[in-house]
Design a protein. Structure first.
Length: 127
């Protein structure tokens, strides 16, 4: 399984599969509760290569920084931070039923390999 995402340094990197699934549990529960939101910015209309996938953070920034090391950047207004990583968001949408803009934790939960369910649930409980 890929544990490094993104083409620019610093990459989004997970220490191991347990860390990946704990972070995923935290992320999807946070999105379901409104602490973050997944968005697609149509930056190609301003001259960028294409769409940009973002995670906008509204609450619990220290926990996001713990799971997404070196990837939380500044936010604006009510958005207190954001994570920019197309490759990661495309991966979790394709492999783990993450839908934009709303997230259903149960739809993601059914994609988690049995040996990592406990890690996922630990992440869910931290949100």
């Amino acid at each position: 399984m890929t544990l490094i995402f993104g083409s620019r340094r610093p990459h989004l990197e997970f220490q191991n599969n347990s860390h990946f699934f704990e972070a995923l549990g935290f992320l999807v529960q946070s999105a379901a509760e409104g602490s973050c939101r997944f968005v697609i910015e149509d930056n190609q209309e301003q001259g960028a290569w294409g769409q940009e996938y973002r995670i906008q953070i509204f609450n619990n920034r220290p926990l996001f920084e713990q799971f997404f090391i070196n990837k939380v950047t500044s936010g604006v207004g009510r958005c207190i931070g954001r994570i920019n990583n197309n490759q990661y968001l495309e991966y979790i949408m394709e492999k783990h039923n993450v839908q934009m803009p709303s997230v259903n934790v149960q739809n993601v939960r059914v994609t988690i390999p049995t040996q990592y369910v406990q890690d996922f649930e630990r992440g869910v409980s931290l949100a």
